[in-house]
Design a protein around this ligand. Sequence first.
Ligand code: HEM
Length: 517
Amino acid sequence: MKMLPEYLFFHFPLVNFETFLWVLFFMAIFTVWLAPGGLAWARSRTRTPKSLPGPSGYPLIGLLTVFTGSTPHRVLAKLATAFKAVPLMAFSVGLTRFVISSEPETAKEILNSSAFADRPVKESAYELLFHRAMGFAPYGVYWRNLRRISATHLFSPKRIAGFESFRLEIGLEMVEQVKTLMFENGEVKIKNLLHFGSLNNVMMTVFGKRYEFERSDEGFMLEELVSEGYELLGIFNWSDHLPLLRWLDLQGVRGRCRSLVLKVNAFVGKIIEEHRFRRIHGVSHDKSCSVRDFVDVLLDLEKEDKLSDSDMIAVLWEMIFRGTDTVAILLEWVLARMVLHPEIQSRAQAEIDAVVGKSRPVFDSDIPNLPYLQAIVKETLRVHPPGPLLSWARLAIHDVHVGDSFVPAGTTAMVNMWAITHDEKVWSQAEKFKPERFINEDVSIMGSDLRLAPFGSGRRVCPGKAMGLTTVHLWLAQFLQSFKWVAASEVDLTECLKLSMEMKKPLVCKAISRPEE
Ligand code: HEM
């Protein structure tokens, strides 16, 4: 063993030498802790030539508590401004290294770069087998095939048009349910109604089947599976970022996921078997349906594209999570805004009355003639984006530069779309709900203009965007044609980010039948 030089002992008696070591130790801890971007960035600093600005957060956990709160998008937006890191901010959550963009230029670079075409797979997604579904599948041949198959057979304009009669029917049923609720209670809590309508809409396109949620055991079971999965995917799981905690499963996420996945396999597996049986025996499952559902499409795939049953279950099940609540939650925000801005609501109704009238139902083909209605939906997507942090993040596959900044492979990249859509430099009177802004200027919301990209952008842009928008436009038009929406109690716009950004206090309103006005 190497001895310490004598002069050290001379100048530092033993007690002082110990103190000296402790000081060194704490200095090291503080240097790591206070490093820009926090612990995870400090660990990779040797590979990062110039430090990116960003908060260091708490020792060890970094900004973890930001994500356990209900509005991380707002906190991150404030931090980005405070640290002069709007284009790109570094931060850590436990041992995970993050960057976040709150500005259109760097957001575009991230979302459109092939370097960020992967997604970080959280434990819940992995346990629910979603790494085999489109949203979490690694960038590669398997993922590309899923995108191609669904673009042709689920999300193409022809397929979307083919499901119009179901959308229409479900919309009209919701209108009747609103009338019943008004008759029974004198007010409507719209959230549940929209959730079940949207769930049935997705079930029809994906499984070719709809459910009576309150009356049938199967419907009840489906709802239980969906809400459990929704909760599990939305939970911020500490062990995703603190590997030491992984085996402890402190929040019980793994246990719950494993129990859920068995039930989902049985439920969806049974639907797939029913489809196989019908195909063998030549039975058509729904006479009103002229279009094949997505299960049929997947069963028809030829050799090289063919999916195993468990992959098929993952793909089908994911569509339900992605397609149901995004649509329902967006519509709840739109209706909240209609209640808060009666003059905007009246203008939209006048437009519907002029184009459609009151005596016939609205069809998809009417929507291009309802620009103000479309502007209302765009403005709601701007003010209340369902994915303020664009839902699920991206992962750097290899080292890459964003602007001048070096981002090492393995970094999780996020875009704060909420910060961009609320930035006064990007949108004038950003806090004001003003649909007219989209009448005066044609802004594409499909991913080419990063000032407003609620469906993301680039290779992993939302494939269901046209389907989602078609549904929201049609149902909103049906709701506005049928009712005048007014407040039943104070409308509270407080947000709560789960898997999507929900209204913390669900909207309760009155719907007055319009012909009776
Ligand atoms: C208002 C409705 C919707 C909104 C706001 C929305 C938003 C988003 C966002 C922000 C992303 C991430 C995009 C990115 O990383 O650049 C996404 C991905 C995705 N969405 Fe949607 N979405 C909606 C409706 C739907 C519907 C109806 C479906 C299907 C039925 C769907 C299926 C998906 C899938 C599968 C992905 C993952 C794509 C991939 O990683 O390759 N979405 N969505």
